[in-house]
Design a protein around this ligand. Sequence first.
Ligand SMILES: Cc1cc2nc3c(=O)[nH]c(=O)nc-3n(C[C@H](O)[C@H](O)[C@H](O)COP(=O)(O)OP(=O)(O)OC[C@H]3O[C@@H](n4cnc5c(N)ncnc54)[C@H](O)[C@@H]3O)c2cc1C
Length: 427
Amino acid sequence: MTERKQSIAILGAGPIGLEAALHARMLGYDVTVLEREGVAENVRRWGFVRLFSPWSMNVSTLGLETLRSLGRPEPRADVCPTGREFHDEYLHPIAASLGDRIRTHTLVRGVARSSLLKGDNPGDRSRGRAPFRILLEDATGVSDMAADIVIDATGVYGNPSCLGDGGIPALGETTLRGFIDYQLPDVLGVDRLRFEGRATLLVGAGLSALTTLSSLVHLARQAPSTRVIWARRTTGPDPFPIYSEDPLPERARLAVEGNQLAAKPPPSLQVISGVTVGRLTPIQGKIRVEFRPVEGGGIARAIEVDRIVAQVGFRPDLEVFRELQVHQCYATEGPMALAAALPGASGRDCLKQKSPGVETLRNPEPGFFVVGQKSYGRRNDFLLRVGREQVRGVFGLLEGSFAAKIHDTSGATLEGVTASARGGPRA
Ligand SMILES: Cc1cc2nc3c(=O)[nH]c(=O)nc-3n(C[C@H](O)[C@H](O)[C@H](O)COP(=O)(O)OP(=O)(O)OC[C@H]3O[C@@H](n4cnc5c(N)ncnc54)[C@H](O)[C@@H]3O)c2cc1C
């Protein structure tokens, strides 16, 4: 007699949700992927950006096998694809191979335990005997479905942080949202007209802000009446870390460019450091922005701009699993066990991360896992490579020792997975 495999619901068809689906299919689970928009919608949105990691770091063994089985060409390992190429040449074909296991345009509103409330049997593995109840919304209305295991891979890109001082809205921000880009705009492509010949305030100092800064300054070279004001909370020289012998040339190139712009801004660029945004006021078709100095930082001042690009980070949507028992980190809002095992992120090279071990993927809620970008909460140092390792870890926990059979293109060791999985399926 063959044992019935459990049902798995994967929330989100981004790169990591799809990777989880490939594993679930290979292992014979009854898998359903629930995606609120199209396949890998977030990657598609930033499709004009070139990834800083080359193909070899972005694909998995199972993914490449799937491409081969479809007769599709393998990507060149050492080339960094754009998001669009990653989507079209890898994620989309993989998703197509999963057929009707993927339900697109299906929003997950919430996940709970059937017949149990959040407060029932705290931290008790017996909660795992009740199936999950997943509330869905699609074009036909609202429905629900059951699953034995749930993997949340819904990312964070759909949930930008606020622009205002302290991370809550600036005065006037909520009413002026229509003038603010919270996700990366395609400044040199389809969104060009929003910025060409206008004054734009860019806020932030991470890789996304750097990408937009580079594009805006490039646009100003082509259309000289374009003005850019770049404001950040931090002070001091070299806002972008440069890693010695950086193996990612695209990241290194951008960081050098950003630091040069900060040190010697061209006439089209004004740099304001040591400030946060306090108040936004509409004035005759423009926005007046009042800055507040951070402690030991810049000075209070005001400017007028046509548009704002807020590249101030993203945060996880916690509503999805609010009724489950998930212990979250008070600083990052990522699941606590993983958050506690990750090193401090500031200025650290994300490439140097070590696997924190599969046990950190468990939650007090049995059978519920958070993987991918969302597992890092508000941190911005997540890598696709890490997500693939997490997926193998989750299935290692579910399956026992199967993980030994799989190797990954990243060359990461699976010993940690198999060792802890030998204890049997306790997930
Ligand atoms: C501009 C940019 C460049 C990056 N470059 C790199 C890089 O070079 N190398 C690297 O390793 N990493 C990079 N990253 C980081 C990271 O690898 C990506 O963000 C990656 O897309 C994360 O994959 P994910 O599957 O976890 O989440 P996502 O890609 O965000 O996918 C989540 C999916 O879930 C869906 N979803 C959300 N909410 C719901 C819901 N309630 N119900 C149903 N579906 C839902 C979304 O529509 C989406 O399709 C980059 C990130 C950004 C933003």
